[in-house]
Ligand binder design. Structure first.
Ligand code: 3UK
Length: 519
């Protein structure tokens, strides 16, 4: 897939377009600024050179805690150009979790959106290995920096000079993406340069059918494997453009983007599609006269949402399943082969199996764990050998998802084989929410289970046992705020039921199945 033989992904995704005379074509636009392919080639060269001057060498880690603006692709592809490993971090995580990821990855540098910096300074001060902090103003204005911190525009400008592009191998580490599990800290999945081209050649080319005329808008953020593929890998693979939204993807903000930039491809998660369908101003094309494809991933798309979207917006939503470990989507619906309520068929380039506990393929209609094989799989998790050996089994990757194959061959999601849930496309561990609830002085015990809301989407529900005399009005609201503030805004229990005791087994284990039945 490469043009000149360099396995460095920047050659195929950026420099090739400049060689082919597309330097003036638009690559990225955010509400404040835009970047052509030529600008991107130049800015990533300067950024890569600036990393070298700042002492960040090949194979070392550079964390990105960035809102979606044109600075994200500059930092991400600039790092790859230099052979530095980019580590995009979820900006919604708690400071504690961000601190963990920076420390676990041994990040030597951090590129951070300026609005996120003031609150994070105490966390950063406790990381002795972090030597370079660069703050990026969201609209390109200079960031307020103190001490050794640098401003992004100034950092990039200082990187003029020789071409810093390294002739990386396609098998060389390019970026890590952290993913959380039901137990233990988040794990950094290590991805190589070549995997980007693999996802572009499979899902990007064959399911999206993306061409240079497309304009992509992904409400799912670039720090997420889903957003990274949607709004960087796929458009850059064909010389197309992406539009970026730095703020929260509320239904209002998303419709505003659709009207202003008229994207042809829209990428969302089921919760957002439900919010858009509830918006009084949703119209055919969802505001964009050019809309030709809508895709969904992150959690299962309820059948009713797909059917309502088709009726109101006038085109289908293609649901597909991807994972951080596989980088992007490997089972998907396609325009010519779609059935709502299923994830579709294997994307060409991937093989899937549904296996029982003995590792044998199950028959059609029977439940088993979904395994997947494809060239975009991560190399393993950083410094987590036991979890790596469990997940990456030779050429196969275990998903932890329970699936069945329908008689027509379509793959149907049937839940997780662990206790994890996806809420708005983001992971929630019930144990983490329980721990946050119990840390509140009013709560003695808590149990959290998944409950399906009126749209068919999963949200956490909590059952709590209170300490003596703590049942005050407004407590449920206070507990929700407490969970939002301590573990993440999307993780709070949407329903809180106060119970005198939790159902338990003789050995004292919470009987979650009884709570699930109640929910
Ligand atoms: C669940 C789905 C049912 C499933 C992702 C697109 O979500 C992504 O990656 P994560 O590592 O989570 C993976 C897990 O999420 N899931 C994702 N999509 C679906 N369940 N239907 C779906 N369509 O449990 C899976 O194991 O956060 C999505 C592209 C790249 C990605 N990394």
């Amino acid at each position: 897939m490469t043009g000149t033989g360099s396995g460095n992904a920047v050659d195929f995704f950026i420099d090739r377009h400049v060689r082919l005379g597309r330097a003036a074509h638009s690559a990225f636009t955010d509400p404040a600024r835009s970047l052509s392919y030529g600008d991107l080639a130049e800015a990533t060269r300067r950024f890569a050179a600036a990393l070298g001057r700042a002492g960040i060498r090949r194979e070392r880690r550079l964390a990105l805690l960035l809102l979606d603006t044109i600075d994200f692709p500059i930092a991400f592809w600039g790092a790859l150009r230099a052979g530095v490993v980019a580590v995009p971090v979820n900006t919604l995580l708690s400071h504690e979790q961000i601190g963990y990821i920076l420390s676990d990855s041994r990040a030597e540098g951090l590129i951070i959106s300026a609005p996120l910096l003031p609150e994070l300074r105490p966390t950063l001060a406790a990381l002795p290995g972090l030597s370079v902090v660069v703050a990026a103003g969201v609209d390109g204005g200079a960031a307020k920096v103190t001490g050794a911190e640098r401003d992004f525009a100034e950092f990039v400008a200082a990187g003029a000079g020789d071409d810093p592009t390294v002739a990386a191998s396609a098998d060389e580490a390019a970026f890590w993406l952290y993913s959380s599990g039901s137990t233990g800290p988040p794990k950094g999945a290590r991805h190589v340069h070549g995997s980007l081209g693999v996802t572009a050649g499979t899902y990007g080319a064959q399911v999206l059918g993306i061409t240079s005329d497309d304009v992509v808008f992904s409400a799912a953020k670039l720090f997420f494997a889903y957003g990274l593929g949607n709004a960087m890998t796929f458009p850059l693979s064909v010389g197309a453009a992406a539009v970026l939204l730095p703020g929260r993807p509320t239904a209002d903000a998303v419709l505003g983007m659709m009207r202003r930039f008229a994207p042809s491809i829209f990428c969302g998660v089921p919760t957002l599609y439900a919010a858009l369908l509830a918006h009084p101003e949703l119209r055919p094309g969802a505001g964009s006269p050019r809309l030709r494809r809508s895709i969904s991933a992150g959690e299962a798309l309820p059948e009713a949402i797909g059917a309502r979207w088709r009726a109101v917006v006038g085109s289908d939503i293609l649901d597909g399943i991807g994972t951080t470990e596989m980088l992007h989507i490997f089972i998907s619906n396609r325009p010519e082969r779609l059935r709502y309520g299923t994830s579709g068929l294997a994307v060409p380039g991937y093989e899937v199996r549904i296996v029982d506990e003995a590792g044998q393929d199950v028959r059609d209609g029977e439940l088993g764990e979904l395994w997947v094989k494809g060239a975009s799989a991560a190399e393993g998790y950083w410094n987590q050998r036991t979890k790596s050996r469990w997940t990456f089994v030779g050429e196969w990757t275990r998903t932890g998802d329970t699936y069945a194959r329908d008689p027509d061959g379509m793959y149907r999601y049937c839940g997780r084989s662990d206790d994890m849930m996806k809420v708005g496309g983001l992971w929630v561990s019930p144990f983490e929410v329980e721990a946050a609830l119990v840390a509140h002085p009013a709560v003695r015990e808590a149990a959290v289970v998944a409950r399906t809301d009126a749209d068919g989407l999963v949200k956490p529900q909590a059952f709590v046992v209170l300490n003596e005399g703590e049942a005050t009005p407004g407590l449920a609201e206070a507990l929700k705020q407490h969970v939002k503030a301590t573990v993440g805004p999307w993780k709070y229990p949407r329903w809180i039921e106060i119970v005198p005791a939790l159902p338990k087994t003789a050995t004292g284990k919470i009987q979650r199945y009884r709570l699930r039945a109640k929910a």
